[in-house]
Ligand binder design. Structure first.
Ligand SMILES: N[C@@H](CCC(=O)N[C@@H](CS)C(=O)NCC(=O)O)C(=O)O
Length: 206
């Protein structure tokens, strides 16, 4: 029995973040997988299952529905080892999580989406893809610098920031066409993430 129902998109990094944290925490949940550009997505929106019109959405047993992947991570991560203690450490973690949504996802995830989803192919003009490639390498370079002298983004232990950043970084090469060979620390960090007990991959059980 579980009180959590997750509406999530199997192919999406934002949804994957939540599935990954739930797996790492060993928390059971009911899963409603809904893929992009499907009648099921329109139905879920019409039925009010996605209050902000996007996946993921986490339905709590009490009737509350949480939207926004990083807010859901915050809720699930509270009082666990994934949430560092103290306002300063939490602010540093949130800094990376806002960076992920404001700077990383709109570039790295968007390039991967344009390259992957057939219904977006028309938007993948050579000019746009080139701009996203250059900007994405710059963003990934900022992350590479963030790992200077430490294994995880907030220091000696993984936090919610690592989960948020991992979602679209680990497929940046394979889906987005980024040259991950330039980023040795990021490559090692991705391997550390994948070795965590309870880890599930993007397409595992989505
Ligand atoms: N900032 C949101 C972004 C959510 C989002 O854009 N979800 C996409 C999939 S990655 C979606 O639901 N797309 C379906 C649609 O727009 O109709 C989050 O982090 O949860």
């Amino acid at each position: 029995m579980t009180d959590l129902t997750l509406y999530s998109m199997p192919s999406s990094g934002n949804s994957y973040k939540v599935r990954l944290l739930l797996a790492l925490l060993g928390r059971p949940y009911a899963h409603v997988p809904i893929e992009t550009d499907t009648p099921e997505l329109a139905e879920a929106k019409a039925a009010g299952h996605l209050p902000l019109g996007k996946l993921p959405a986490l339905h709590l047993g009490c009737g509350t529905i949480l939207s926004e992947s990083n807010a859901i991570l915050w809720y699930l991560g509270a009082d666990t080892a994934w949430m560092p203690e103290g306002a300063l450490a939490q602010a540093r973690m949130l800094g990376w999580m806002f960076f992920e949504q404001n700077r990383h996802e709109p570039v790295v995830a968007v390039r991967a989406s344009l390259a992957t989803y057939p219904h977006l192919a028309g938007e993948a003009t050579p000019e746009r893809m080139a701009t996203l490639l250059e900007e994405g390498h710059r963003i990934l370079g900022l992350m590479e610098a963030g790992l200077d002298g430490q294994d995880w983004f907030c220091g000696a232990a993984p936090t919610l920031a690592d989960i948020a950043l991992y979602a679209y970084t680990h497929t940046a090469g394979t889906r987005g066409g980024y040259d991950m060979g330039r980023f040795a620390r990021l490559t090692r960090w991705c391997a550390r993430m994948a070795a965590l007990p309870g880890y599930v991959g993007l397409l595992d059980g989505g």
